[in-house]
Design a protein around this ligand. Structure first.
Ligand SMILES: [Zn+2]
Length: 269
């Protein structure tokens, strides 16, 4: 892209406002995915309803984040509480849209990372609650990741393909290792497919970084859960998907710097 045009776009407050609006709107759709995919409901057909009273939401009840605040977190019809995760997902999505736009500018890479971010937010919340990662999310992400690599300025299709292969093979290996070490399923097929999809967006080096980061984040989450919640500790396993999702966001945003820092300080390049 012409550098002058790029500069003009990055300096325009309208461009940033548009990115925020788009992030909120996509976040609103991610909420639909989070509710409907694990319940195997259609993501397109019926309009949004209150799970408490079944009333259809009006358009002005559906404005991302703002409606939730105006209604003070309750359904307009039956006053049943609406989960705080709804506005949280929308705000997180808008935040990540802004962050990746700041990072990659008006390029295809930004579009690719917006897509990845939306998928990862959905994975984070669905896997945390249901311990599943829907194939609908991972398969489409793999296709989009590989497809955009052909036109993205920040990754080649070779890097994308090797990233996907490393993600798949590496986590498949870890799953076998985990089963052998702990004599139980430590990582599911969903985690492996997700790692392959993330590799397609991140490429060879950043997916390797995801291995290390996700292990560290997973350990941190386990420690926090064990420290603060006796009931969680007893009754459920902690899924690995949320750690993978967080690791991929960090690698997608700061991967370059982290890898460069590592090479400079520990490999002596
Ligand atoms: Zn209601």
């Amino acid at each position: 892209m012409d550098p002058l045009l790029r500069d003009a776009i990055m300096k325009s407050p309208w461009a940033w406002a548009l990115v925020v609006a788009l992030g909120l709107a996509v976040g609103s759709f991610v909420n639909v995915l989070i509710w409907r995919l694990p319940r195997e409901e259609s993501i397109l057909r019926p309009r949004s309803r209150c799970p408490g009273c079944g009333s259809c939401l009006r358009w002005y009840h559906n404005i991302p984040a703002i409606s939730w605040l105006m209604l003070r977190g309750r359904c307009a019809f039956c006053r049943a509480p609406i989960r705080w995760t709804y506005p949280a997902v929308e705000v997180i999505c808008a935040g990540l849209f802004v962050a990746f736009f700041a990072r990659y500018g008006p390029t295809v890479s930004t579009l690719a990372f917006w897509y990845l971010a939306a998928i990862l937010i959905a994975v984070f919340f669905i896997d945390w609650e249901f311990q599943i990662i829907p194939n609908e999310l991972t398969y489409t992400a793999l296709v989009v990741g590989l497809g955009t690599s052909f036109i993205s300025p920040h990754i080649t299709w070779v890097q994308s393909l090797t990233g996907a292969a490393i993600g798949f093979g590496g986590f498949l290996g870890l799953a076998y290792l985990g089963r052998w070490l702990f004599k139980k399923e430590s990582m599911g097929g969903g985690d492996i497919k997700l790692a392959a999809a993330m590799g397609a967006f991140l490429g060879t080096w950043k997916i390797l970084l995801v291995f290390i980061l996700s292990a560290a984040i997973g350990l941190a989450i386990s420690l926090v859960v064990m420290a603060f919640s006796a009931s969680l500790r007893k009754h459920r396993i902690i899924p690995f998907g949320p750690s993978l999702a967080l690791a991929a966001i960090v690698a997608g945003f700061w991967g370059q710097e982290i890898i460069r820092f590592y090479l400079a300080h520990f490999v002596g390049q």
